[in-house]
Design a binder for this molecule. Structure first.
Ligand SMILES: O=P(O)(O)O[C@@H]1C[C@H](O)[C@@H](CO)O1
Ligand code: GUN
Length: 332
């Protein structure tokens, strides 16, 4: 025995009514609240939100930056390169993560005529941020119109020929965090940011790398300026000695806990990338106190090391970035 819906659908009017009923049912289904279980991975920033952030910083500063700069630990003083800075606290930017550490600012201005947007306190996974948040400032830079980004960080040397305060221009990286599928590309793909699948070969711009090496010679820092491979770990723990040996066998020269999520977003967005790290410790430094106090001793070691990054090397980083910006801007 068939039901009324079935019989009714034999006549043309009945068929139309059945089709309408079907549409109604679909619409009701669509309107039902979906069960969403928020996880750290489900947090991402839609294009419109990032666009609103970019529009806000442009409106406030009256600057359309073409260059982006992210200053790593020990390198915050590079921000003083920015002339007539407009400082925009994170908390003023609509929907920007704020009220938590780092409670920093975006700084807009010019460096030798080059319009720039800069950041000192980056979001890092070792401070508990998800990868999309780590990459957010880069996305904002992209939508502000930035075409070239300079990313810097403190790192530990894996290459035994490196010393404290040495500077390593990054020519390639090993994204160890990414290998575990922790990626700043998480969430649905939005082609307005870039395509879903993209190559990371040649992410670090070869011409800018060559320019950086040339400037290094010019300013007399070539003895402690290297080019090498950077590996990104999730942190906040430092490497075991076995992990350090593994990194060395993978031809890693320096290791850190940041920068790569940002590089992914920058390359995804078609930005040219220049990047370097300053060596703030040796990755195979052994704990100096009793083994069960290893974490504490490593922490205090890093504080000791922070005093050992010689101010002249920090100044060299500033000179390098200043001249790089000058050359890049002259050429365009
Ligand atoms: O990106 P920065 O230089 O702030 O990163 C530093 C170095 C390590 O990645 C992390 C912990 O020391 O912060
Ligand atoms: N992974 C890692 N990152 C660092 N950043 C600064 N020092 C270190 C280190 O020893 N290990």
């Amino acid at each position: 025995m068939c039901n009324t819906d079935c019989c009714a659908s034999r006549s043309p009017i009945g068929k139309r009514m059945a089709a309408r009923r079907l549409l109604q049912l679909e619409e009701e289904e669509r309107r039902k609240p979906k069960l969403v279980i928020p996880t750290p991975q489900s947090l991402f920033y839609p294009f419109e939100e990032v666009e609103a952030m970019a529009q806000y910083v442009i409106e406030i500063s009256h600057i359309r930056p073409k260059y982006g700069l992210i200053c790593g630990s020990f390198l915050g003083s590079m921000i003083s390169l920015v002339e007539q800075p407009v400082v925009i606290p994170f908390e003023d930017i609509p929907n920007f993560p704020a009220g938590i550490e780092p409670n920093g600012s975006l700084v807009m201005g010019n460096v030798m005529g080059a319009p720039i947007i800069a950041l000192v306190d980056r979001f890092q996974s070792c401070d508990g941020f998800n990868q999309a948040t780590c990459a957010l400032p880069v996305r904002v830079m992209q939508l502000c119109g930035v075409k070239t980004i300079m990313l810097t960080s403190a790192a530990a040397a894996v290459n035994p020929r490196y010393g404290l305060g040495d500077i390593m221009l990054i020519e390639d990286h090993i994204n160890i965090v990414g290998m575990m599928h922790q990626t700043s590309m998480e969430g649905p793909s939005d082609p307005r940011f870039g395509s879903r699948f993209f190559s990371m070969v040649n992410a670090y711009d070869k011409d800018l790398l060559a320019l950086g090496l040339g400037i290094g010679k010019e300013i007399g820092i070539n003895k402690f300026l290297h080019r090498g491979v950077f590996a990104c770990l999730g942190g906040p723990v430092y490497e075991t000695l076995a992990e350090e040996r593994a990194l060395r066998s993978m031809d890693v020269d320096a290791v850190g806990m940041s920068l790569v999520p940002e590089v992914l977003a920058a390359h995804h967005g078609g930005l040219k990338i220049f990047s370097f790290v300053i060596i703030s410790m040796m990755a195979n430094e052994k704990p100096v106190e009793e083994p069960d106090k290893e974490t504490d001793s490593r922490t205090s070691k890093i504080e000791e090391v922070s005093l050992e990054v010689p101010p002249l090397r920090v100044q060299a980083c500033s000179d390098l970035i200043g001249r790089l910006l000058y050359h890049m801007h002259q050429e365009h």
